[in-house]
Every structure is written in structure tokens, then in C-alpha cells.
Design a binder for this molecule. Structure first.
Ligand SMILES: Cc1ncc(COP(=O)(O)O)c(C=O)c1O
Length: 392
């Protein structure tokens, strides 16, 4: 690499995903002919639905390959509004919905719209790692709230009040969450939103795993009455809808923010991918949603399979209510979860994600397991880990 050509300090400060190291090693082992069970990847193993492919093909044949408006196709914004009404009894006008290239872009847009350099964003440790990096890119400051199993690794209003500081503009939560799969009760979310409204701060709720819940109905904060103008939501076609590679998400924001979000979108990406938007129009049809419900049930079976196998192995696991993750406390097995992840990969052929990817707090005590593979493979993964641990 040339010595004198500059890379910005901001870019240098952005952290890598440690799981990529595991993924790289896993791929190398596979190339040598080793059978690797992948529990590290945070995306459904199912491909996107055939009906989506057909709809996108038709759109392509019809030449619908141009930019859409920056806020997204009007039909899709309407359809998402109908979706909120039908499934969540939530009244969300299309004018408050914007399509984005993945929810990743929605997160960046909202943060860009709200933060000045030095502004603070409160989030939990552990939580989805990219959020911290987005804040850094905008020269904001992260206020990290350590959370553990006593609050199912989620923020509570009490914790929020305890950790409150002047300068916090925004609080970010996810329900269900990555890496824990835990859910925040709606009553708690509403209390947080109210407290933040009194502080003139925003609450951003990441609902990207909405629909992937197992012992309870899927929910949205938007279904609550009398919410203030300070509630923001991001969502995505990636997880429940199984369309990670199509790079399409959406955000819901109060009307007063839409012009600035539109202006930022015009500059940052012009519009979300057009063909993905036609695919999304199709995936919101009842027959497609019925197929996705079957997939949700498949995840539920996988969750039960993995948890039962882990219980049989004698490991203590709390059952997460959503997403497709288990955040496994391995403190009785190691003081260094990242090393354990490597050892498990090399000796048991099972790839998992070290807690380090999600923050610092008790990160060395945790591994994230994604049940994004067949039940038989999940059982085999646990058996292989048990065998390895017994021979250490
Ligand atoms: C909690 C959470 N939010 C946002 C994202 C971003 O997803 P996408 O950009 O595919 O919508 C992810 C991806 O794994 C996630 O886990």
C-alpha cells in the first residue's frame, strides 16, 4: 500500500466485524474439504421467494429499470402503510414512509438528519455493532449502557434515566434484538418515548426482526396511541422477508423530518434499488406472506431444536423470543470467547460469532449462535462442540 496516500482518521477509526475473521477461516477450512456448520451468519439461509423473482423478471421485461422517486415507489409506500394497518392496526400515512437501500441506509440517513458533531447517542452494550460506527462517522459520541441477562440485555426506562446525560439527541433500541433475540415490551418502549419527549430527544426503534417472534404476536411501536413526534422506526425486507441481498429497507419518521430525509437521500443514494422495490410489492401480497409464515415456523422449530440440544449438553440458556440468535454465556467454559470461537471452528468445525463484535461489556463471556440452518445440522453442531469440549 502506498505510504503517503491519505485515508481519513474517521475511516481509520471504524472497527471491523470480527466475525469476518471467523468466516474467512471457515471458508479456508471448507476449501480444504472440511465440513463446517455455519452458525455465525446473521441472515436466513432460505433464498428469496420465487414469486419475488417472477415479479422482478416481469418488471425487468417491462423496462422498469429506472430510478424511482427518492422516497420510493408511491405504490410501495401505500402498500407498507396498508401492511401496518392490517397487521398492526397502526395508522402510518405513506407520506411518513421512505424506502431505503437496506435499513443500514435508513439508520445512516436518520443519524445524519439528527446529529451535529459532539451530539450523544445512547445505546446498549451489547447491540448491533454498526450503529456505533455510524455515530463515529458523524463525529457523534456513543453513550454505552451495559446490559445483562437481568434485563434480557435490553434497555429499560430505569436504565435510561440512570444513564441520562445532557447532550443525548437519540436513543437506539432494537426489538427483537441482535445479538440476543430479546424483545422489549411495548409498555416499556412507550415509557421511554415519553421520557425522551420530555428531554427533546428521539427514540429510534429498530424493528428489522419484526415478524420473527415465536411465543407472542409481532408488534410495532407505531401501533401505540398518542406517540410523540420523536419516535423513529427502521425496518427491512432483509430478515422476515428473506431478501437480504436485494438491499431494501424502509424508515418511518414524523412528517417534519421527511423533507430533510428526502434531500439527504437525493444526495446519498438517489433512490433505493428499483427492481428490489418491485420485488417488495410482490412479497407483501397475502400468498407470499403465507409462505413467509411457514418459514417463521421453521425458525421456531430450529430455535427449539438448538435450545433443547444445548440444555441436554448441560448449558444454561434462556429462550430468546425473537430474531434467530442465541447469545450464549460461555463464562463457565472460557475467559476468552474469541479464542473459544476459534477453537470450536478448528476442532469442531462449527463457526460462531464472538461477543466482541457487539460491544465490550462481558463480551469475552459470550458467543452468538444463529439458528439459520437445518435442525439436524444444529444438533450436530452441539454434539461436535460437546465432543471437542470433553477432549480439551
Ligand atoms: C439489528 C439490525 N439492524 C439493522 C441491520 C441492517 O440490515 P439491512 O441493511 O440488511 O436491512 C441488521 C443486519 O444484520 C441488524 O441485525
Amino acid at each position: 500500500m502506498p505510504q503517503d496516500l491519505p485515508i481519513s482518521k474517521t475511516a481509520q477509526a471504524v472497527q471491523p466485524f470480527h466475525v469476518m475473521k471467523i468466516l474467512g477461516e471457515a471458508k479456508a477450512l471448507q476449501a480444504q474439504g472440511k465440513d463446517i456448520i455455519h452458525l455465525e451468519i446473521g441472515e436466513p439461509d432460505f433464498a428469496s421467494l420465487n414469486c419475488v423473482h417472477e415479479a422482478v423478471n416481469q418488471a425487468m421485461q417491462a423496462g422498469l429499470t429506472h430510478y424511482t422517486p427518492t422516497l420510493g415507489l408511491a405504490e410501495l409506500r401505500q402498500k407498507l402503510s396498508d401492511f401496518y394497518q392490517r397487521f398492526y392496526q397502526a395508522s402510518v400515512p405513506p407520506a411518513e414512509i421512505m424506502l431505503t437501500p437496506g435499513s443500514s441506509s435508513g439508520l445512516q440517513l436518520l443519524l445524519t438528519a439528527l446529529l451535529n458533531p459532539g451530539d450523544k447517542v445512547l445505546l446498549t452494550d451489547p447491540s448491533y455493532p454498526c450503529n456505533r460506527q455510524f455515530v463515529k462517522l458523524l463525529h457523534g459520541q456513543v453513550v454505552s449502557v451495559p446490559v445483562d441477562a437481568s434485563t434480557t440485555h435490553q434497555l429499560t426506562t430505569d436504565l435510561l434515566k440512570t444513564h441520562w446525560q445532557t447532550g443525548i439527541k437519540l436513543v437506539m433500541v432494537a426489538s427483537p434484538a441482535n445479538p440476543t433475540g430479546s424483545v422489549i415490551e411495548q409498555s416499556e418502549l412507550v415509557k421511554m418515548a415519553q421520557f425522551l419527549s420530555e428531554q427533546n430527544a428521539y427514540l429510534l426503534v429498530d424493528e428489522i426482526y419484526q415478524g420473527l417472534v415465536y411465543d407472542r404476536p409481532a408488534e410495532s411501536i407505531l401501533a401505540n396511541q398518542n406517540l410523540g413526534e420523536n419516535v423513529l422506526v427502521i425496518n427491512s425486507f432483509s430478515k422476515f422477508f428473506g431478501m437480504t441481498g436485494w438491499r431494501l429497507g424502509w424508515l418511518v419518521a414524523p412528517l417534519h423530518l421527511m423533507p430533510v430525509l428526502d434531500r439527504l437521500g437525493q444526495n446519498l443514494f438517489l433512490a433505493a434499488p428499483t427492481l428490489a422495490q418491485y420485488g417488495a410489492l410482490r412479497v407483501l401480497e397475502p400468498d407470499a406472506l403465507a409462505l413467509l409464515e411457514q418459514r417463521r415456523q421453521a425458525f421456531q422449530i430450529r430455535r427449539a431444536t438448538l435450545i433443547n440440544a444445548m440444555h441436554r449438553a448441560g448449558w444454561t440458556i434462556n429462550q430468546p423470543q425473537g430474531a434467530f440468535y442465541i447469545y450464549w454465556d460461555v463464562s463457565n467454559l472460557t475467559e476468552d470467547a474469541e479464542q473459544l470461537a476459534m477453537d470450536i471452528l478448528w476442532n469442531a468445525g462449527v463457526a460462531v460469532t464472538p461477543g466482541k463484535d457487539f460491544g465490550d461489556y462481558k463480551a469475552k463471556q459470550h458467543l452468538r449462535l444463529a439458528y439459520t440452518t437445518e435442525p439436524a445440522r444444529l444438533e450436530e453442531a452441539v454434539n461436535r462442540i460437546v465432543t471437542y469440549l470433553s477432549t480439551r
